[in-house]
Design a protein. Structure first.
Length: 325
């Protein structure tokens, strides 16, 4: 048998991992992003330690992909013992593998986790599909960046907008007493529109984000807030972020951070999105200091930001940000 432990809150995760020492951890991407961000923040003061950490994760990732050279294969056992092991000890020290689901896991985070020597399995599903659609398998996970192939009996395809469609016996018959909502997501042939953007390569599915989350500025320029937010969260200065701008002349960032200088936050945020199209730059940052929580109904049970709830909670500040010249 196995014992199952639920973390008390994201803020008590480190303590729970240390005391419970799990052998398997199932979590949403934000947990892994937070873990990596804390490590990078701790290493910021030491150039040598930072370089050793990045060398370890890079070599470990190349080794997992079968691309490591002779010198890298010789060096990695020492790096894993001296660098990776102390880092993974923060996760309790006994993890055999980790599972990520509930949202797309950024490739940089996935490759770092695998590079530390911790096997990582991703899966994908939604309630309307009962709920698992795709999953990697233990021992056959040759690409941790994907959510794996569809389960047996489940068919998938992409529509012209690259949204993932699902068909099979696990797809729901419909929403209870709501035929209109059912018709909006399940067509007459039984294909379920997940609303998720995806790519499929060699039978494996790669989730890219939500199609409904595309923001359109007043000048017609479009951007995925997920792309902007994921890039910004690479900076440990930011705890939680959300981009707004639908129908507005430019993008504004709501940022939960211990840093109170909005101008500094703006500089850091724009430094992270400089690889994106120019219209993705932020013009304003609204600096917030209280975390968005489940209790405040600003997060989903999988710790994803409830965009509408956050927007309405801070609508006054958002309107003020756009009113300023």
């Amino acid at each position: 048998g196995a014992a199952v432990v639920y973390m008390r809150s994201i803020h008590q995760l480190a303590e729970d991992l240390a005391t419970q020492q799990p052998t398997v951890m199932i979590a949403v991407p934000r947990i892994f992003e937070r873990f990596l961000g804390r490590i990078e923040q701790a290493l910021a003061a030491s150039t040598v330690k930072r370089l050793l950490f990045y060398a370890t994760t890079r070599i470990g990732w190349r080794l997992s992909r079968g691309r490591a050279g002779f010198v890298e294969r010789v060096a990695y056992p020492l790096l894993r013992r001296r660098v990776a092991a102390p880092v993974l000890a923060r996760l309790g020290g006994k993890l055999r593998f980790a599972v990520s689901g509930g949202a797309p896991l950024e490739s940089r985070v996935a490759s770092a986790i695998v590079g530390l020597g911790l096997p990582l399995i991703q899966g994908y599903g939604l309630t309307e599909a009962s709920p698992v659609v795709c999953a990697n398998q233990w021992g056959g996970n040759d690409d941790p960046l994907s959510v794996g192939p569809p389960l047996p009996g489940v068919d998938i395809r992409l529509n012209l907008a690259h949204e993932l469609l699902v068909y099979g016996p696990s797809v729901m018959r419909g929403y209870w007493n709501n035929p209109e909502a059912t018709r909006a997501v399940v067509d007459s042939d039984g294909w379920l529109n997940t609303g998720d953007l995806a790519e499929v390569h060699a039978g494996r599915v790669y989730i890219k984000g939500r199609s409904k989350d595309i923001l359109v500025l007043s000048n017609g320029e479009k951007a995925s807030p997920d792309d902007i937010e994921t890039a910004i969260l690479d900076d440990p200065l930011f705890e939680q972020v959300m981009v707004v701008g639908e129908g507005r002349p430019f993008f504004v960032l709501l940022a939960v951070s211990a840093e109170r200088d909005a101008r500094k936050l703006l500089r850091h945020a724009n430094a992270r999105v400089k690889h994106l199209p120019r219209h993705c730059r932020l013009r304003r940052v609204i600096a917030l200091h209280e975390p968005w929580t489940l209790e405040a109904r600003l997060l989903t049970p999988t710790l994803k930001v409830k965009r509408d709830a956050v927007y309405h909670c801070f609508q006054g500040l958002i309107d003020d940000a756009y009113a300023r010249r």
